[in-house]
Design a protein around this ligand. Structure first.
Ligand SMILES: Cc1cc2nc3c(=O)[nH]c(=O)nc-3n(C[C@H](O)[C@H](O)[C@H](O)COP(=O)(O)O)c2cc1C
Length: 183
């Protein structure tokens, strides 16, 4: 039997209560229901250096290799980011810079952006789309921008806005459908 589709998300916020992580959680749960194997890289749990901070890869902390192999072994990636000053977060970009093209090239990628304000996270999403395209990934057209994020989730991370919830589920459905075809 074919191995299940493996979806790995990277949560680009280091906040203890993070709407980015909540949004990823809702998406991954739906993907799991559809048969995917899921994982979320919570960057708070990884001791990663800044890109180019350490010269030789052999001197990198263990977490770097753990992170890199998770990304390498994924069929599909989700990049989730908060909107910071009109762009995606630095921690997410650093994580992407650390791994680079070999691990990302040809993977299917879904994007989620979360914003405190009412305009949403389209700048982050469009920026990440350029980064993913540069790395020759296949970015699905449907992405999810979540404006006024603090009003969209309850304390347990459930999405209480039906439109946003539907969009996150639709992203999961797209990633599973096209991820399996792509695989
Ligand atoms: C440095 C910084 C810059 C921010 N810039 C914006 C912004 O440009 N637009 C916006 O809507 N919210 C902005 N916010 C608010 C965050 O998008 C909001 O707090 C979001 O929920 C953070 O994601 P998280 O909950 O996953 O940590 C900013 C927050 C920080 C810390």
């Amino acid at each position: 039997m074919d191995k299940p589709l493996k979806i790995v998300a990277i949560a680009g916020s280091l906040r203890d209560v993070s709407y980015t992580r909540f949004a990823i959680g809702v998406t991954l749960k739906e993907a799991q229901k559809l048969g995917a194997e899921i994982d979320c890289v919570d960057l708070r749990e990884y001791n990663l250096p800044f890109c180019e901070q350490i010269k030789n890869e052999k001197d990198f902390p263990k977490d770097y290799f753990k992170f890199k192999s998770k990304i390498d072994n994924a069929d599909v990636l989700i990049w989730g980011t908060p909107e910071y000053h009109g762009a995606y977060s630095g921690v997410l970009k650093n994580a992407i810079d650390l791994i680079g093209r070999k691990e990302i090239e040809n993977k299917l990628i879904g994007l989620i952006g979360v914003a405190g304000g009412s305009i949403g996270a389209t700048n982050s999403l469009n920026g990440l789309r350029l980064v993913a395209r540069h790395l020759r990934a296949w970015i699905v057209p449907h992405h999810v921008s979540i404006p006024s994020a603090s009003s969209k989730f309850d304390a347990e991370g459930n999405c209480i806005d039906i439109d946003i919830k539907n969009r996150l589920h639709e992203l999961a459905q797209t990633l599973v459908k096209y991820g399996n075809l792509h695989k």
